[in-house]
Design a protein around this ligand. Structure first.
Ligand code: AMP
Length: 362
């Protein structure tokens, strides 16, 4: 099914990603209907209609699905049970959600697709955590299998750490222990796949996290052209295996091990924070390409048009929003969130450099 201008895109989730997808859809002449379990979601400000209901409300979901021409999601923890009944109307399909919602399933799937992943163990008890720590020389990261994001549901393990205390800290839920990857940099591939199977990847930025939260993504990033192409090929293989339609991201650790220079950390079945620079420094942004893909339209060029640094405005960082307006090469994006809380993503700023590089243009 291919949409025409005037059609309505339904988006499950009403956060900043939904807001930026809705803006991109509006620019292409499409209307947007947001489905959000939370009242007053950031995306509702820029959408034609909004339904506020829990994902478990089957009647509300059915009415939403009947009112739109295609459904997509901006949040990977939408229950698969809510998405499955929507059938072919959902792009990307529920399999991508299913894989991304469980770190153990995700790692197995990425490995099946040929991507190198960090050594890891499934753990269901403190004794399992102790055994995994022993396997990995005492170091590792304990991560819940489900519902972790922005560093939540994670505990760093070091020699001497108490496995029972660590398991208690994540709520004694099914988890994995991952070996600590001695990375030299972090990067990501944000890739769009169209309904016709065509793919286009963006430049892979250098990503800097602190306390598990992305702070900054800069392009050009840390990879050689060859490695960047390898990362894109791996991501395309994942998208292909899922029959994926839309934008998908893989986060990578970059190492100085020539045998394993790239280790896949995780997959996001949606537009991604490390792709926000594309709004101001790529021909077609990740948001535009996601909307084009789910509409059955050809993808826009992912070519980079400038060097850029995307800086997240987290918590009270956003109080200084006005300072960015004085920088003539800065583009400010605020999400319209009413409450400022520590660790909450309130906006971002894309700072462009004067260098314009079309050398990698497709
Ligand atoms: P995640 O929620 O899995 O994306 O992890 C958030 C951040 O924690 C990553 O971007 C890394 O900076 C760090 N991290 C996660 N897993 C590992 C690992 N196995 N080795 C080293 N650092 C990690």
């Amino acid at each position: 099914m291919t949409l025409s201008p005037g059609a309505t895109v339904g988006i499950l989730g009403g956060g900043q990603l939904g807001r930026m997808l809705a803006t991109a859809a509006a620019e292409l002449g499409l209307a947007v209907h947001i489905f959000s379990p939370e009242a007053d979601p950031p995306a509702a400000d820029v959408a034609r209609s909004t339904t506020i209901a829990p994902y478990e409300d089957a009647a509300a979901l059915a009415a939403f699905a009947a009112a739109v021409d295609v459904v997509t999601y901006e949040f990977e923890n939408v229950p698969v049970s809510a998405v499955r009944p929507l059938g072919d109307k959902v792009r990307p399909g529920p399999r991508a959600l299913e894989v991304a919602q469980d770190r153990l399933t995700e790692k197995a799937f990425l490995a099946e697709c040929g991507l190198p992943v960090a050594p890891h163990r499934a753990v269901d008890s403190a004794a399992d955590v102790a055994a995994a720590m022993a396997d990995f020389g005492g170091n590792g990261i304990l991560k819940t299998r489900r519902l972790g994001y922005d560093g939540k549901g994670q505990v760093r393990l070091a020699p001497g750490a108490d496995p029972a205390a660590a398991f208690a800290a994540i709520g004694e839920v099914p988890a994995i222990v991952e070996a600590l990857v001695p990375f030299t940099a972090e990067t990501s591939t944000v890739l769009a796949r169209g309904l016709d199977g065509s793919v286009a990847a963006y430049a892979a930025p250098a990503n800097v996290h602190s306390e598990g939260i992305l702070r900054r993504s800069t392009v050009p990033g840390p990879l050689s052209a060859d490695l960047e192409a390898t990362a894109a090929r791996h991501t395309a293989a994942v998208a292909e295996a899922l029959g994926y339609v839309g934008v998908v991201a893989i986060e990578w650790f970059v190492t100085d091990d020539p045998e394993r220079p790239l280790i896949a950390n995780e997959m996001a079945p949606r537009v991604h924070n490390t792709g926000h620079w594309t709004q101001d420094a790529a021909v077609a942004s990740q948001f535009e390409n996601h909307i084009r893909a789910i509409s059955g339209w050809p993808l826009g060029s992912t070519a980079r048009t400038a060097d850029a640094a995307m800086i997240n405005l987290i918590g009270h960082d956003a109080d200084d929003w006005a300072a960015h307006l004085d920088n003539r090469l800065a583009k400010l994006h605020l999400y319209g969130k009413k409450d400022t809380r520590p660790g909450r993503k309130m906006g971002h700023v894309n700072v462009l450099s004067r260098g314009v590089d079309f050398s990698r243009a497709d």
